[in-house]
Ligand binder design. Structure first.
Ligand SMILES: [Zn+2]
Length: 328
């Protein structure tokens, strides 16, 4: 059934992405003195913030009043892909995002987290802390399931917080994003993950065709902007290199709800903004399994062989005319 299909899609996109990544590596080495492509080896470590927008669909982001997300799309690479064959449920999908492997490896099939195999496939937090305990890692989220993931394994993230309910998902998301922005500016963690929940709530309440779904995207867009502003301030003040990744765990049926295998439920996306990601370009080979490998690669941590994802391919900037073209 779907699982076989899913694996085929994954293998294809991985091969494709690996080929592109290999090409980027060659070009980076060939032109390291002339160009800074933002690779972790050439430019030192890059810090990453991953902004998870639960239940958010890229098509609706594009049509919503969402200037900050539109700006990230314009400044970075965006990709839309399907997780068909994988459960369209938060527990399994955020586990994939935070481990770099699909559910057949991390073992999470639903929000009970029964069968979780984080010992064999640890989270990015565990892998970073194991590689270098001095690195800063934080998880600050609205949905408490994220704390189950981020708090798994040994060692865990330095900070694992579920925001106290503030009287509704929108208000709680504001508190979450405010805390994330504060930590980025004051502590500058090497990896910080956040999940905002109000768009999923709106999807469940009225479906994606209701005005409330687009309105929730407009509200969460302001929270994204709060975090982007913090990153830009931190980078400017400290000289640090930062990558911003925005992603989602699943879509929603037009009438609301998810968990099935329809096109609307299985759609996900990744937006990558930072050094080396060519502004306004698309790369639909990006999958949610590529996020953990990207975070690790940004910190110069060797990638384990058992990951399903690969670092998100960077597109080399357009070369001035007369610049030798890359061989591969
Ligand atoms: Zn949901």
């Amino acid at each position: 059934m779907g699982v076989t299909n899913h694996k085929r899609i994954t293998a294809t996109s991985t091969t494709l992405a690996a080929a592109v990544a290999a090409c980027a590596l060659v070009s980076g080495a060939a032109s390291a003195s002339a160009l800074d492509l933002g690779s972790s080896t050439a430019a030192g470590p890059t810090k990453t913030v991953v902004i998870g927008l639960d239940g958010t669909m890229l098509d609706f982001v594009k049509s919503a009043d969402a200037p900050r997300l539109h700006q990230l799309i314009a400044e970075g690479v965006s990709g839309q892909s399907s997780i068909a064959g994988h459960p369209t449920i938060s527990g399994p999908s955020w586990s994939t995002i935070l481990t770099g492997v699909w559910n057949d490896k991390h073992g999470v099939q639903d929000n009970s987290f029964n069968g979780a195999n984080y010992d064999e496939y640890p989270t990015a937090f565990t892998r970073i802390e194991a590689a270098n305990p001095a690195l800063g890692t934080q998880s600050i989220s609205t949905w408490n399931g994220i704390a189950t993931i981020a708090g798994s394994g040994t060692p865990t993230a330095d900070v694992v917080t579920t925001t106290a309910g503030a009287g509704g998902l929108a208000a709680t998301d504001t508190a979450t994003a405010t805390a994330v922005a504060d930590q980025i500016v004051s502590a500058g963690p090497d990896f910080i993950f956040t999940q905002l929940d109000q768009v999923d709530g709106a999807g469940h309440s009225g479906g994606t065709t209701a005005a409330a779904y687009a309105e929730s995207i407009a509200r969460v867009d302001a929270e994204v902007g709060r975090i982007v502003d913090a990153v830009d301030k931190r980078a400017k003040d400290s000289g640090e290199s930062w990558t911003i990744l925005v992603t989602s765990d699943h879509g929603h049926k037009p009438s609301g709800g998810h968990g099935g295998q329809s096109v609307a439920e299985t759609t996900t996306f990744v937006i990558a903004r930072g050094a080396g990601y060519a502004g306004g370009t698309t790369d639909n080979s990006y999958t949610i399994a590529d996020i953990t490998p990207t975070v690790l690669d940004n910190l110069g941590i060797a990638l384990p062989e058992n990951l399903d994802g690969v670092p998100l391919a960077k597109t080399a900037p357009t070369q001035p005319s007369g610049f030798p073209s890359f061989g591969s």
